[in-house]
Design a protein around this ligand. Structure first.
Ligand SMILES: Cc1ncc(COP(=O)(O)O)c(C=O)c1O
Length: 496
């Protein structure tokens, strides 16, 4: 058994003896004498660059020093695990973190370091770790059998509760977000008899062919802002498939209208994260989601809200209920199963009749698996309760105001965006409304901040500016205090 001890080191303050100038700064391009304002800005940028570099190097050194067992495991794992990890997103700089166990709001690495877990398994741990209700449900089900490939009564209870929360009457189950969005897209195509789909630039919907398009395109791949390209986001996907996915801009109804007009009668439907959560957090403007539904329905095309990430985390009935816009299909996964792998696809009567009538065969050996259904029922009825959402709301406010105060006391250009249990710091002054704005956010600040939090005993999701924190039902004020304290120390280090 691993002995648990908190070994978080104090984040180092950046050194004050900054280099005088950075050699990789571009020279002034005009032959006019440089103005003093311009020179001051340029010097400020060079100083910020040097400070950031220094902070990242210093924090990476501490990171590695604290985790010798992780380093050994990472190296040994290379032999039989491809890339030394079980998913490519577990490869983090400076090295992957190997975990031993989790309990309540904390996780513990194999070196015995404790972290407030705000990574939440990429947004799947709304229940926290070892929640008594999930433990009880799973333990009871294990002794009664973990797999039959036949429906069990819990599936009815789960579907009924999802219908109540999200307003869509009929449901089916799958095992991951990827499977759920794949089924949703198959269904939209099957019902309409059309091949094209519309997807938003910068949204992620899993790793199947139709949606691995323009997930996080580099500026040179993305095409003109007014007419984004369908840029492949993975190798191994035929161009013929990528070409069937048309790309629109978040918060821009005209970009969808144009695609529907240009491809009259060919678009099956659109999939969208109703709050973008794979590009920080980008919220829909007033009327945007309702406008999408109207537009798509005018063209006899369908609308899917991918609430895999937002589902139970932004509130009990997702963005769907918050914004009061009912799509034709909803996909859920991540936090739904209380930490057990499960996904759900909800649909209107019209959409799900197509499944019921055999128009589309929605299948899977583990769909509605009894273990997953038992955990999901407990999650919905005993964990994600109204009281739990009230508790999370208090912590959300504590995190937001605490970090905002630290930003105000610093020279950082940053702001905080939250949505229920999810939140992030965007290292830019202006609000981001679509992927093109997100591209302009400097990722180095997010990485430096991540390292600072990690060494200070808070595990945020890696991948810098893309991801968000997740507050679980088991976090408390002391956990959020640690997050805010670390942020203030980071802001002070950047400031100095
Ligand atoms: C919005 C969204 N949809 C779908 C997925 C895919 O889910 P999974 O990783 O369970 O396949 C993700 C994963 O991050 C996601 O964020």
């Amino acid at each position: 058994m691993v002995t648990v001890h908190h070994t978080a080191e104090q984040p180092v303050q950046s050194s004050t003896d900054q280099p005088e100038s950075s050699t990789d700064q571009p020279e002034s391009s005009t032959d006019q004498p440089e103005s003093s304002t311009h020179r001051a800005e340029r010097t400020g940028r060079a100083l910020a660059d040097a400070t950031l570099k220094e902070i990242i190097a210093g924090q990476e050194e501490i990171f590695v020093r604290r985790q010798p067992n992780s380093a050994h495991l990472a190296e040994a794992a290379q032999q039989h695990l491809a890339g030394g990890v079980t998913s490519s997103w577990q490869i983090t700089a400076p090295q992957p973190v190997w975990l031993s166990h989790g309990h309540g709001s904390k996780v513990y690495d194999v070196d015995g370091n404790e972290y407030v877990d705000l990574h939440g398994g990429y947004g799947a741990a709304l229940a926290g770790h070892g929640h008594p209700a999930i433990q009880e449900a799973v333990t009871a089900q294990v002794s009664r059998g973990t797999h039959f490939a036949q429906p069990t009564p819990n599936a009815v209870a789960v579907a009924r509760e999802l219908a109540r929360r999200f307003g869509l009457p009929r449901w089916r189950f799958a095992n991951s977000g990827t499977e759920a969005t794949m089924d949703a897209i198959h269904l939209m195509r099957s019902i309409t008899g059309r091949d094209l789909i519309i997807k938003i630039e910068g949204c992620y919907h899993g790793h199947h062919d139709s949606v691995q398009v323009s997930v996080a395109p580099e500026p040179e791949q993305a095409g003109p802002a007014a007419k984004p390209y369908s840029a492949p986001s993975s190798t191994g996907i035929p161009k013929a498939i990528t070409d069937l996915t048309l790309i629109a801009t978040f918060n821009d109804l005209d970009s969808v209208a144009r695609l529907l007009e240009t491809h009259q009668g060919q678009v099956a439907g659109m999939i969208i994260e109703p709050i973008m959560m794979n590009a920080g957090i980008i919220k829909p403007g007033p009327g945007y989601l309702a406008g999408l539904k109207t537009l798509l329905h005018q063209h006899h095309a369908l609308l899917t809200f991918d609430e895999v990430k937002t589902g139970l985390t932004v509130g009990p009935g997702g963005v769907t209920r918050q914004e009061d816009v009912q799509p034709d299909l909803i996909t859920l996964a991540k936090s739904l199963g209380g930490g057990v792998s499960v996904a759900a696809i909800g649909g209107t009567e019209a959409v799900m009749d197509h499944v019921a009538n055999g128009g589309y065969e929605m299948v899977g050996t583990f769909n509605g698996n009894p273990l997953a259904m038992a955990a999901t029922r407990a999650m919905l009825t005993e964990v994600a309760t109204p009281e739990a959402y009230q508790h999370i709301e208090k912590l959300r406010l504590q995190a937001k105001t605490g970090i905002e105060q630290a930003i105000a006391a610093s020279t950082l250009s940053a702001h905080v965006v939250t949505a229920g249990a999810k939140g992030c710091v965007v290292f830019a002054t202006e609000p981001v409304t679509s992927y093109r704005g997100f591209l302009g956010v400097d990722d180095r600040y997010s990485h430096a901040h991540w390292l600072y939090q990690h060494n200070g005993g808070v595990f945020l999701p890696p991948w810098g500016k893309i991801e968000q924190w997740l507050i679980s039902v088991q976090h408390d004020e002391a956990d959020i205090d640690r997050l805010v304290r670390n942020f203030a120390a980071f802001a002070a280090a950047i400031h100095s």
